[in-house]
Design a protein around this ligand. Sequence first.
Ligand code: SF4
Length: 177
Amino acid sequence: MKMTISYEEITNLKFTGTQVAYYVICKRKLWLFSKGLSYESESEFVELGKLLDERAFKREKEEVEWGENPVKIDFLTGEEGLVVHEVKHSPKLEEAHVLQVKYYLWFLEKSGVKVSHGIIHYPKQRKVLRVELTQEDRKVIVEALENIQKVLLEEKPPEVIKKPYCKKCAYYEFCYG
Ligand code: SF4
């Protein structure tokens, strides 16, 4: 059985930005979501976030996707180098949002697109966060993709993580019910 995965294979793994964010938030959530066990549409919390995003960026926000790519970017600006914009309803899971945007920058760069930086918008808090992609980040992303692949190869979901934000997770009932 093949035990290792090459650098090229890792960089060709196609995950969505949501999967990358869930990898940071909770590996169990990543597994459940990736296996299609989706409760997302039933969660008031998620619905509220979507509504807020839509209202705040009614004109600007237009999801960008192309071809077979798994990456859906909220919107892009810039000419000399593209600026990736992501709109979120709360900075509580900022670490996950930052890696998600870095993944978009990395993905575009790998696809031959000239990128400048990313901006995360938190309209409710009137906050914007600039995100740069460093050399170290590129290594972190490749490592994250490899780890995501490992999680998804597991037959069972990882254990419940018992974090305060579990209460707002769409899988709360499933995990603690
Ligand atoms: S409720 Fe908690 S443990 Fe369960 S998937 Fe959500 S974040 Fe993970």
